[in-house]
Ligand binder design. Structure first.
Ligand code: UDP
Length: 633
């Protein structure tokens, strides 16, 4: 408690020390002198009151149409200046979309004379976040109710084959990174290295060289921004520069360090690979074949490089486009940085995750309470689209046309531990299937309900949803995000990943050591009378129980990421993917002695099990590694 207060944070939500540290560093609002001016609860209140107030606009719309005022309406004499700003902006968006009648003044008058039920939603949203049942993606936490006002984590931008287009996208990238969003790009339209440049009669420098400019830009913006901007770079397998692209990253993380890279592959590529056939490399400018290489040669290079550096991953373009619900708007060529969100060019998506560890009741999952949270969270995420301040006009247009939202989960490993089910078991896959299909179905129902209230998303006409006769407010509702930071805030295991380490020693400044133990592991060992500082220090040496003498049941339940066979990792990803509209972010962790064949097997399995993409991470394959199991040096 003292340590928390020494950070200048009054922790009114009983968060973990790590959560308080993260919030203090980048989330809680500060005054001009850098002094923190809100508590964690007030942060959630700020978010709730700048998202939930959107409900008032829909109340007004309904009133204009039918004369009806919602039940429990409360008259609001005055809204805060920042709320007014959100309302005014959203009002204008709705006007532009042709769905809002009347004037803003008339709306404000409606608020004070007729009233709205927005306050009810504001309270519910606040409760849902303060209880850590659901946490929206970082930009929503950081920027709601602030000048920046940008609320989405995921963006995809097109890269055209001209200097003007490239630098236009570079500028937009900078604007997005400044606000805490991440960007994905396909560089496949760029002409290859050494191709001619008409205007100067010079030679082109190719996609990889341009990626480096994006990388440096990210570095520079990072200095002033609230968080590290991240990028996904994609090049299709038949681009003439594909080999250079595959080899472009190194294990020291010195080049393209702000990029994850993935090769865009299609079913045709795998046919060629299976038939030991050649791939025609095609210049996107001339559409002519420049060279032929054996599919196997490319495959081996991809696998070898992924073994060495963890990059490139694969993105399965045909699978993604088969599942694209808005083919009427366009084809998908890229995902966001961590791969969970396939998006159209200029499309953005806001995410949020339900903390599954909170839904265990004895040895059962509390589905009734989970349903309530899914419905409320779906509504919250739909409101975010209207409350959002889009950094670029075109992004606003496309995002509001498809209204994608990404509801996901975190704390899945915690849930399994509480249910005493090992992560690497068929039972765990069954639970994954049951939980995610439930969330997917309920969020679809919630979106259908919103469509009745508010209308379908504008691109619904002509979409796959229309063909099925299902009216939806959002073209997608579910995504499994990595939840890198929000799971720290919520104090749960991240996303659908297994526990990374049960105990580790954190080296803090001035030579001090801090022993950190997974809370569920501590609870369990204490309840069995097994807990001792000595045991925890021993566990911290490797982070796992592999070489610890402890009962077998505990070893199974507290299995960690590196002990889980890669195939279980892929199976888990594929299981969540089956019940997820968008994609699944998952790291297929491997031990440092994993072979190239292990990687090839995982990549192949991901394709066969209809994943949308895959990345592996072999322990110690990068010298700069974010998480290390075991004692840190
Ligand atoms: N992201 C980013 N920079 C970061 C972390 C995340 O741009 O340092 C973006 C990226 O698009 C990623 C998405 O945010 O895919 C979601 O990441 P995560 O769930 O880890 O974010 P959180 O909301 O937990 O901060």
């Amino acid at each position: 408690r003292e340590e928390k207060e020494s950070l200048g944070v009054k922790d009114d939500l009983k968060l973990t020390l790590n959560a308080v540290k993260v919030l203090e560093a980048r989330y809680l609002l500060k005054d001009e002198d850098g002094k923190i001016i809100e508590t964690p609860r007030q942060m959630f209140r700020r978010v709730a009151s700048h998202i939930g107030i959107i409900e008032a606009l829909y109340d007004f719309m309904e009133y204009k149409k039918t004369g009806k005022i919602p039940e429990n309406a409360e008259k609001i004499g005055k809204v805060s200046l920042t709320q007014e700003e959100v309302l005014r902006r959203a009002f204008n968006y709705m006007k532009e979309d042709g769905i809002m009648e009347g004037t803003f003044e008339e709306f404000m008058d409606f608020l004070s004379t007729k009233g709205t039920s927005a306050h009810l939603y504001i309270n519910k949203f606040e409760e849902m976040m303060s209880s850590l049942d659901f946490v929206p993606n970082s930009p929503t936490l950081m920027n709601a109710g602030t000048k920046l006002g940008q609320l989405s984590a995921c963006f995809v931008l097109p890269v055209g084959d001209s200097i003007e287009d490239i630098f236009e996208t570079l500028k937009n990238t900078a604007l997005i990174h400044k606000s805490g969003g991440g960007t994905g790009f396909s560089f496949s339209r760029l002409r290859p290295k050494d191709d001619i440049v008409g205007s100067t009669k010079g030679v082109a420098s190719g996609p990889v060289s341009f990626m480096k400019i994006f990388d440096v830009t990210t570095d520079v913006i990072k200095q002033g921004g609230k968080r590290r901007g991240a990028n996904m770079g994609i090049l299709n397998y038949n681009h003439p520069d594909i080999m250079e692209f595959v080899l472009s990253k190194d294990s020291e993380n010195k080049v393209l360090s702000n990029f994850n890279i993935s090769v865009g592959v299609t079913d045709e590529f795998f046919e060629k690979l299976d038939n030991d056939d050649y791939v025609d490399l095609i210049n996107p400018r001339t559409k002519k074949v420049t060279k032929r290489i054996k599919a196997k040669e490319l495959w081996d290079a991809i696998i070898d490089q992924a073994w060495k550096t963890a990059d490139p991953g694969l993105i399965f373009l045909d699978e993604i486009n088969r599942k694209n619900p808005v083919k009427n708007v366009g084809d998908i060529e890229s995902t966001n940085p961590c791969g969970e969100q396939p998006l159209l060019p200029y499309e953005s998506c806001n995410l949020g995750s339900i903390n599954l560890s909170k839904y265990v009741n004895g040895k059962d999952i509390d589905y009734d309470r989970l349903r309530e949270t899914v419905w409320l969270a779906t509504r919250f995420l739909d409101d975010v689209i209207d409350a959002n301040k889009f950094p670029v006009e075109q992004i606003k247009k496309v995002t509001r046309m498809t209204r994608k939202i990404g509801l996901g989960v975190m704390g899945f490993a915690d849930l399994l531990i509480k249910l005493e089910v090992p992560y690497n078991s068929w039972e765990a896959l069954e639970i994954a299937e049951k939980v995610m299909s439930f969330i997917n179905e309920e969020s679809h129902k919630a979106s259908q309900h919103l469509a009745e209230e508010r209308g379908v998303f504008p691109a619904w006409y002509g979409s796959e949803w229309e063909k099925e006769g299902i009216k939806m407010r959002n073209s997608t509702t579910t995504t499994i995000a990595p939840t890198g930071t929000i799971s720290i805030i919520a104090g749960c295991s991240s996303s659908i990943e297994p526990i990374f380490a049960l105990a580790f020693v954190r080296h803090v400044l001035n030579g001090q050591e801090l022993l950190e133990v997974n809370p569920l592991f501590e609870e369990k060992t204490r309840s069995l009378g097994l807990y001792s500082e000595e045991l925890m220090r021993k566990v911290a040496e490797t982070g796992n129980l592999e070489n610890i003498e402890i009962n077998e049941e505990i070893k199974k339940i507290f299995v960690t990421a590196h002990e889980v066979d890669p195939q279980w990792h892929v199976l888990m990803q594929a299981t969540f993917q089956r019940y997820c509209d968008s994609g699944v972010s998952k790291t297929i962790n491997m031990k440092s002695d994993a072979t190239r064949e292990d990687i090839a097997k995982a990549y192949r399995m991901a394709k066969d099990l209809h994943c949308k993409g895959i990345t592996v991470y072999r322990d110690k394959s990068k010298t700069v590694q974010v998480l290390t199991a075991g004692t840190t040096e």
